[in-house]
Design a binder for this molecule. Sequence first.
Ligand SMILES: [Zn+2]
Ligand SMILES: [Zn+2]
Length: 345
Amino acid sequence: MKATYRAMQATRPGILELVERETPTPGNGEVLIKVEACGVCGADAADIEKAPPPAQSPRVPGHEVIGRIVALGASTPSIWKLGQRVGVGRLGGHCNACVQCRQGRFQLCLNQPVVGSTCDGGYAEMMLARSTGLVAIPDELSSEEAAPILCAGVATFNALKKCGAQAGDLVAILGIGGLGHMALQYARHMGFEVVAIGRGRDIAADALALGAHVYIDNRGEDAAARLKAVGGAQAIVTMIDHADTVSALLGGLAPEGRLVVLNPSKSPLQVSAGLLVGGQRGILGSITGTPYDNEKALNFSVLVNVRPRIEVMPLEQADEAYRKLKTGNVKFRMVLIVDNASNAH
Ligand SMILES: [Zn+2]
Ligand SMILES: [Zn+2]
């Protein structure tokens, strides 16, 4: 194995630079992964713009990581093998000891690293990972196709499973970007009547091709009124961080309908308590999911042929990818590719 590896780290807030780091040895319960691909998620921008952690190396972002295990630390379970292709999502591996873990709610573990934020992520040739955070990757998916499923995919897949709607029910997807384009495909294959809600007409044809039965342009139309006119949506799953737009759509929920929130917008949602009480409507937050949830999302993607639409860029251009993300010039998802020839060991 090479003594060093290359990584793109956030040396200063908002600046990614290529650095050479010493290849680490995995500790107890950890593995070392040789990275093949890493998706670029909206949440990476916040990780890149944070001040570097005091008295530690600057953070390497990236939490849609696919690679191969090249070293196993002590006490790693035998299900993980050298050479195996694995993934790591936003949740970096549960502790198995806290009260949430003891209840089996691993996604809510109180001692879980947040990949790319509180521990180093996958904008690098190598990455250390807790074995409890590992996801097995099916052979049918290439590494660049699988990467976005580890955050954008599992987040929307789980939200749709929790949303309370059943086959044939109307489900609205608000925000047709990286997450939304996965949500539309999953929702269609789960048997819902799918309404895509986006801004402008440019995305309409893509939304319909991805699985929406109907597209509503939220800039030109009153989406809540449109939903209400057909009896309301049994669920609205929102990916956007614009609290006013989300709040305005609440009137489009059917009785007993649920709003599922995936994006932690900074400003608060405005909710009419009467709307909640009168129709027994609910609002639910949803975090990405456990490694097991991630394997379900990957396997479902293979089963029904759901794939992310991606643009790929080399790892060395991560700074350019981040700038593209910031200016809203990414249609669906970007994935950084690591040149394996240059980090062969
Ligand atoms: Zn993400
Ligand atoms: Zn725990």
